[in-house]
Design a protein around this ligand. Structure first.
Ligand code: GRG
Length: 303
């Protein structure tokens, strides 16, 4: 990376704080509120995008980009874009037509703080703006690279990825899925965007071959482990820790990894996936130490 974001010995907590500060500063700049009446939708976008989340996806973008020596400005543009898409998904997921949730990131959800129509528009605004950020020359000097990023994010966020996973999730409220179907649903709903965050560093660096495949393998296992950890927090965590209501899956009668496997086997499965994720990183040697630590953090987190 041209300018180093953190020292090699950085901890996950320190790297997360740096990733959050830098991504939020860029997001703050990108979401400047214009003087017209449309300013309200920018206020709603800012309210959700700058609320205190974990910023896991920006952290993954920056950590993976660092492996390939990608310029800091490029990586930050992608980090901000991914977090915008993630935030849009949370705003829409919380709407009355979906999860009907009133607490997110420790605050009233967007539609409670503003109103339902504004929350829909705020999500739409963040989703579309994310692609504008990727298409901007600040993201990469080469149009072909920007185009690849746009295509990869569209695939991860669209009907073959997150949107499709969310569709299956809604159907799962009235239809019982088996473990294979739940795995597929979660890989689409949560895993695809996490995988894009990891792979974007390789796209920015125009890296192919074994290292890119290895990063994809890491992301694949990490995304599923993240979701199992989320299911565990839904039964074992508290709203004070997670900043969102807990117990929602059980209340909705939804089958999850935890409801099918039980707490102990689900935890063992998450740990196995993390071991596998870490094994994929062997070829990066010490350079991938932060990604290894992130993987361990993902299954042990309480938020
Ligand atoms: C509405 C198209 C559409 C998609 C929604 C991702 C998603 C799909 C909904 C979120 C619902 C949910 C709780 C999923 C479980 C995993 C997950 C993505 C949790 C939230 O991500 P975190 O924990 O959140 O990284 P923060 O707030 O820390 O960024």
């Amino acid at each position: 990376m041209t300018e180093r974001l953190w020292p090699d010995s950085v901890s996950v907590a320190e790297a997360t704080a740096i990733a959050a500060r830098l991504t939020d500063a860029l997001t703050d700049r990108l979401l400047g509120v214009p003087p017209g009446l449309e300013g309200r939708v920018y206020e709603a976008m800012r309210y959700s995008a700058l609320a205190p989340g974990k910023r896991l996806r920006p952290l993954l973008v920056l950590a993976a980009a660092r492996l390939f020596g990608v310029a800091r400005r490029s990586a930050l543009q992608v980090a901000a874009a991914v977090e915008m898409v993630h935030t849009y998904s949370l705003i829409h997921d919380d709407l009355p037509a979906m999860d009907d949730s009133d607490l997110r990131r420790g605050r009233p959800t967007c539609h409670i703080e503003f109103d339902e129509a504004t929350a829909i528009l705020a999500g739409d605004g963040l989703l579309t703006m994310a692609f504008g950020v990727l298409a901007h020359p600040d993201t990469h000097g080469e149009g072909a690279v920007r185009c690849e990023l746009v295509g990869a994010l569209a695939a991860a966020a669209g009907p073959a990825g997150m949107v499709g996973g969310q569709m299956i999730d809604l159907i799962a409220e009235c239809q019982t899925l088996d473990i294979g179907a739940i795995t597929r649903l979660q890989r689409m709903k949560t895993g695809a965007l996490i995988a894009f965050a990891c792979e974007s560093g390789a796209i920015l660096a125009k890296a192919g071959g074994d290292l890119r495949t290895a990063l994809r393998g890491y992301a694949h296992d990490l995304g599923l482990a993240f979701q199992i950890a989320d299911d565990l927090l839904d039964v074992e965590g508290s709203a004070a820790e997670t900043g969102k209501p807990v117990g929602a899956d059980a209340a909705a009668g939804k089958a999850t990894f935890v409801s099918i496997l039980g707490v102990e086997r689900a935890r063992a499965q998450a740990e196995l996936l993390i071991d596998q994720a870490i094994a994929h990183l062997e070829g990066f040697e010490e350079r991938a130490e932060l990604l290894r630590q992130i993987a361990r953090y993902v299954v042990n987190r309480r938020t």
